[in-house]
Design a protein around this ligand. Structure first.
Ligand SMILES: [Zn+2]
Ligand SMILES: [Zn+2]
Length: 390
């Protein structure tokens, strides 16, 4: 086995790179080395390598295993897993139907063995933004794939010509050999190797596609991404995979599976700072800082959402970690009008730097607190008791 490059080296990342770094590096490198954009014959190999590195490093569990045990630990899980990004035909090439045909020699109604029931399925990755996943979007996707040849309409035959009867099998598509044994007469049937079981052969192949019935194109598709889609969801585009080997017999094309990749969070600007919004099922979770005075006295604050700011009332005596729900500002349920909520989690920030005025005020506050009955200590006592069941 050839020596493999370190996955971090492949993506040009340090070992402590964040999930985001991994995603960004993959995106950039995948663009550069995509066999479609890059004519370099080594590009396809490089692209595969990048894809493989990404698959491991973007999966927390696999990455951990890789960090600990290296290539040997993760190789096994990838057998046939690299449908790769666009262009390489995916699992459809060795589909169940082919295997079935091989073992059972299944036949169509006409008695001829089909080459392949349908064209190969394709798989491609689609990267969208956090907000696009929440609200839905339309994306233009460019796919290298085959299409039925325009000259022969996919038949593979020169226009005006027809398939001819196979001379070897006389049009049966199979060859029978009879032999005698002690146990009786046996008939051995095998598929004709000349016509591959079709019974007909193409002696006048189309000049454009050389008889293959298909040509390489770059297909542009507009894909509707539904609101509320989750990271890793596959969108199946029926009939947008590879066409069958030839369209003789009217066989269907394969499907295209788009794997949608969504970042785990987005950033919203807020009072000169950035706030982080994450997704939790159909809810969005926003962490927001409050100062001790706001939490003690209560306040009305502006909270950023993906659709502009909304007002939120903070009651007096709000405790650390308290969560407020803003109804209907979360993620839509797929295919429904219903939406989750926005959970606003407050963090009460103890100041790390005080100016003179603030220091004096806190000193006064401290002195005042010491005079009043220590109800906070009492409520802490109750809380701890409850937590430990004593
Ligand atoms: Zn053709
Ligand atoms: Zn034949």
């Amino acid at each position: 086995m050839a020596t493999k490059r370190d996955y971090y080296e492949v993506l040009g990342l340090p070992r402590n790179a964040s999930e985001d770094d991994v995603r960004r590096a993959f995106r950039r490198l995948a663009m550069e080395s995509h066999p479609d954009r890059n004519g370099d014959p080594g590009a396809a190999e490089q692209f595969k390598e990048i894809n493989e590195a990404y698959r491991v490093l973007s999966d927390a569990e696999k990455r951990q295993t890789y960090d600990r045990y290296g290539h040997a630990s993760v190789d096994g899980s990838f057998n046939g897993g690299f449908g790769a990004q666009t262009g390489f035909s995916g699992f459809g090439d060795f589909g169940f139907e082919d295997i079935f045909d091989t073992f059972f020699g299944r036949r169509t109604a006409t008695g001829r063995r089909p080459r392949a029931e349908r064209g190969a399925d394709l798989r491609a990755d689609l990267f969208i933004e956090f907000e696009e996943a929440v609200f839905g979007t339309k994306k233009d996707v460019e796919m290298p794939r085959h299409e039925p040849c325009g000259t022969c309409s996919g038949s593979g035959l020169q226009p005006g010509t027809q398939l001819e009867v196979c001379r070897r099998c006389g049009g049966n598509g199979e060859i029978r050999r009879t032999h005698q044994s002690l146990l009786g007469q046996f008939v051995n049937v095998s598929i004709c190797d000349q016509c591959r079981g079709e019974g007909r052969v193409n002696r006048t192949p189309c000049g454009t596609c050389r008889g293959g019935g298909r040509v390489q194109v770059t297909k542009r598709l507009e894909v509707a991404v539904p609101a509320g889609i989750e990271d890793g969801t596959q969108i199946r585009l029926t009939g947008e995979g590879e066409p069958p080997e030839t369209t003789r017999g009217g066989r269907a094309p394969g499907d295209l599976y788009l794997v949608v990749h969504v970042p785990s969070h987005t950033i919203l600007p807020w009072e000169g700072n950035d706030l982080l919004v994450r997704r939790q099922g159909h809810d969005l979770v926003l962490d927001i800082p409050l100062n001790v005075a706001q939490a003690s006295l209560g306040d009305e604050i502006q909270v950023p959402t993906l659709e502009g700011a909304v007002e939120l009332k903070i009651p007096s005596g709000t405790q650390y970690g308290k969560s407020f729900r803003i109804k209907g500002k979360g993620v839509p349920h797929l295919g429904e009008k219903r939406r989750g909520d926005l959970q606003v989690r407050v963090h009460i920030m103890v100041p790390t730097e005080l100016n003179r005025e603030q220091r004096e005020l806190f000193q006064k506050l401290d002195a005042s607190f010491r005079k009043t009955a220590n109800s906070d200590a009492k409520s802490l006592f109750e809380k701890v008791k409850e937590a430990f069941g004593v």
